[in-house]
Design a protein around this ligand. Structure first.
Ligand SMILES: Nc1ncnc2c1ncn2[C@@H]1O[C@H](COP(=O)(O)OP(=O)(O)OP(=O)(O)O)[C@@H](O)[C@H]1O
Ligand SMILES: [Mg+2]
Length: 157
């Protein structure tokens, strides 16, 4: 049976629930404790983005089966889309501007998507003016050479 878990996230604390669920799922898939933490952080950042920047989102976790076990995290929302996806990946870029070393961030560090990029083996952002879908995959075992490779697809519409 394919292992899948889905949760609708609407509340400002749902990223915590998402982290908990994802961590548990990751351990079941075969990740060690540290890797499960990293996978959980990735899911929490994406859910946090969907709730904060789009109002709500749906988290889907899938076990990747076959010779290389892993987990696929998909977070989709029907928000306004990410205005500048390439900039959104830059650490310190938050809500349309760059935080300076002196600024005291009260809403975010602008490092969430950067963290996902660093903690997963492959990730893809699809964003339009109506929705955003981020898919991130992380495999059990040592880092793949492609870890930190973020592929961004931007579509108009
Ligand atoms: N699902 C989304 N819908 C719309 N805009 C988004 C979405 N996800 C990210 N963004 C935009 O990309 C920016 C960067 O996201 P990122 O997660 O890196 O930082 P942040 O959410 O501002 O802060 P934090 O470090 O707390 O996550 C956000 O400030 C927001 O403008
Ligand atoms: Mg964020």
């Amino acid at each position: 049976m394919t292992h899948v878990l889905r949760a609708t996230c609407t509340h400002s604390t749902d990223h915590v629930v998402a982290a908990h669920m994802t961590r548990k799922f990751a351990i079941e898939v075969g990740f060690d404790e540290r890797s499960a933490d990293e996978v959980a952080i990735s899911a929490a950042e994406l859910v946090g983005n969907a709730v904060r920047h789009a109002g709500a989102g749906v988290l889907e976790l899938r076990a990747i089966e076959g010779p290389r076990a892993g987990i696929e995290i998909v977070v989709r929302d029907r928000g306004p889309g990410i205005a500048s996806p390439e900039l959104a990946l830059v650490d310190g870029w938050s809500r349309g501007g760059m935080l300076t070393p002196d600024s005291m961030p009260t809403k975010g560090l602008g490092r969430g998507l950067g963290a996902v990029q660093r903690l997963t083996d492959a990730a893809e952002i699809r964003t339009t003016g109506r929705e955003t879908v981020v898919t991130a995959r992380r495999y059990v075992g040592p880092p793949s050479p492609t870890r930190s490779a973020m592929v961004t697809f931007v579509r108009d519409g």
